[in-house]
Design a protein around this ligand. Structure first.
Ligand SMILES: *Cc1c(COP(=O)(O)O)cnc(C)c1O
Length: 228
């Protein structure tokens, strides 16, 4: 579909421009296409056009679509994940970005060990400390990392966040800055079994600001596929 193709080109151009403004290396930010509610054929259009990473929110929807996806894409789970669904993802996704509790990490560890695998994960941070949102409070991160370090079958690769809805770009930028600081501070600790390679933040409405503040991976749905 031409419409998707040109949306993709526009998004890639804006990513590139934000990288440049921020003095970041060209190509240092990875684009994830977020596929919720989008039919597999439409997802395949952006894959044909060069997208290499897909983001999945819903286990059931993903399982029903995955066999229709073109092969070769990396797939990350980014949605709220119930513990009893983890077993469906161990063999089907390449990363779980939405680890928001110790008990979820424990279950991922258990299921991965069963399959003789190591699942890469991101820890989801509730950077606005919103009561309505899941995710770890920033202050709880060190303790969480200390515990997860000891779990077999799971390897932390970085952090993910969905900041609060903000009135202004300045306000959202502040949350991205806080996330980047948390990411760098954690990286500086050089903890065993904990990598800080991926900082997943920025969506259709704010990915340029996220990149300028240090995001390494943006998750885009609406700008690629239209509004849901
Ligand atoms: C839907 C979703 C996105 C993409 O949001 P858009 O505003 O449509 O780009 C990114 N991250 C998560 C976790 C999502 O659920």
């Amino acid at each position: 579909m031409m419409e998707n193709r040109s949306s993709l080109d526009e998004v890639l151009e804006e990513i590139h421009a934000a990288e440049q403004r921020a003095g970041r290396q060209p190509g240092s930010v990875r684009l994830m296409a977020v596929t919720k509610t989008v039919p597999a054929e439409q997802v395949n259009e952006v894959v044909r056009a060069g997208v290499t990473l897909l983001g999945e929110n819903r286990v059931q929807e993903f399982l029903s679509k995955k066999d229709d996806y073109l092969p070769g894409c990396e797939i990350h789970f980014i949605g709220t994940l119930q513990k009893n669904k983890v077993k469906y993802l161990i063999d089907t996704v390449d990363m779980i970005e939405s680890v928001n509790s110790l008990s979820l990490a424990e279950e991922i560890s258990r299921q991965a060990v069963k399959k003789g695998k190591v699942m890469p994960v991101l820890l989801e941070i509730n950077i606005g400390e919103e009561a309505s949102k899941s995710g770890l409070n920033p202050a709880g991160l060190p303790e969480m990392l200390e515990k997860i370090q000891a779990f077999p079958g799971i390897r932390v690769e970085g952090l993910m966040s969905i900041p609060p809805i903000c009135e202004t770009k300045a306000e959202i930028r502040r949350y991205f800055k806080e996330m980047h600081k948390l990411f760098l501070d954690t990286r500086a600790k050089k903890l065993d079994n904990i990598n800080m390679n991926v900082l997943s933040m920025g969506m259709s409405g704010d990915f340029a600001e996220a990149i300028e503040e240090g995001s390494t991976q943006v998750r885009i749905g609406t700008r690629l596929f239209g509004s849901r």
